[in-house]
Design a protein around this ligand. Structure first.
Ligand SMILES: Cc1cc2nc3c(=O)[nH]c(=O)nc-3n(C[C@H](O)[C@H](O)[C@H](O)COP(=O)(O)OP(=O)(O)OC[C@H]3O[C@@H](n4cnc5c(N)ncnc54)[C@H](O)[C@@H]3O)c2cc1C
Length: 283
């Protein structure tokens, strides 16, 4: 029989993780499905379970001079209600499940679940977010790319948990989130896209893209982005073919029940091209 533990404090949760071997349950919207059982039977967990959703200490959004700090148990609805989190984040989070789910599900759960089709993490890559992993032994701050190491794989040790997510503030003045799914709501992404640009006046200071569901982890190509820095908007058109070719080599989609790799590949390229075209048009 597995043990079910509801710690009264964050400190107590960390002690349990130090002394035992637990599945963490936050909102439970991924993990409860993973271990679901037949109707009317409790989930089939193979390890003890630590339920942390009651830990109000980890429900916060702090806006500091250069970063936002998001506590691991902050729900998507709390994030959507926050007045100054960037629109590109909110657009992505609003496409996750329905309102009921968004009241319990967490961004930390989206990170630790490490699905190649996760939507919530897409703008985290765009903004160079960092994840604070903590244990009784201390904490370490790790870039999002180093936390998610592959499909369903993370660098989070069994005695650690995500404590908070740190999002640097950026002066992007054009952003976009697009999710391609089978239907408008409650769909798993076939392809997802985030774009962000800091353009002023007519010069590209920064142009970033992230692509989801088209590789084992989110694609962000800093080398390609670097080649676009400092260009005049009027020069961007001449770079489009180069950018699409360069991303084409990195996009490695798979066939699955939702879509096929050829469709995913082409749609991902179209989304990049559309964003670049929009920038060129808006000057
Ligand atoms: C109907 C439905 C629709 C959905 N739609 C979408 C969608 O459109 N887009 C999308 O991206 N996802 C979607 N999801 C998946 C899910 O809702 C999200 O991934 C959500 O962010 C998971 O958060 P959670 O708090 O529920 O995680 P949980 O299920 O509690 O946990 C998920 C994983 O993270 C680990 N974990 C949780 N918190 C921590 C922590 N603080 N430290 C370390 N490990 C931790 C758990 O051990 C588990 O392995 C959907 C799910 C359902 C059921």
């Amino acid at each position: 029989m597995v043990k079910h533990v509801i710690p009264e404090s964050y400190r107590e949760a960390l002690i349990h993780l130090r002394d035992g071997d637990f599945h963490i349950v936050a909102g439970g919207t991924d993990i409860m499905l993973k271990y679901r059982n037949e109707a009317d039977l409790p989930p089939k967990f193979d390890r003890d379970v630590l339920y942390i959703l009651n830990l109000d200490e980890l429900k916060y959004i702090q806006s500091e001079a250069h970063v936002w700090r998001i506590g691991a148990l902050t729900s998507y609805e709390m994030l959507l209600d926050h007045p100054d989190l960037p629109e590109v984040f909110k657009a992505a989070w609003l496409d996750i499940g329905g309102p009921g789910l968004r009241h319990v599900a967490t961004l930390a759960g989206n990170i630790a679940n490490a699905s190649p089709a996760a939507d919530g993490i897409m703008p985290l890559y765009l903004y160079d977010a960092q994840v604070v992993l903590e244990s009784c032994g201390g904490s370490r701050t790790v870039p999002i790319e180093a936390v998610i190491t592959g499909p369903k794989q993370t660098a989070i040790a069994s005695h650690e948990m995500i404590r908070e997510i740190i999002i640097p503030k950026h002066p992007f003045n054009v952003t976009q989130w697009l999710k391609v799914g089978t239907r408008k709501a409650d769909a798993i992404s076939k392809v997802s896209f985030c774009g962000a640009a800091h353009v002023e006046p007519g010069v590209i200071h920064e142009l970033r893209f992230t692509l989801g569901s088209v590789a084992p982890t989110v694609i962000r190509a800093r080398d390609i982005e670097g080649s676009l820095k400092g260009l005049l908007i009027s020069e961007l058109k001449t770079k489009t073919a180069f950018v699409l070719n360069a991303y084409s080599e990195r996009i490695q989609p798979i066939d699955d029940q939702r879509s096929n790799k050829h469709y995913r590949h082409q749609v991902a390229l179209n989304l990049i091209e559309d964003f670049m075209t929009q920038l060129i048009k808006e000057g």
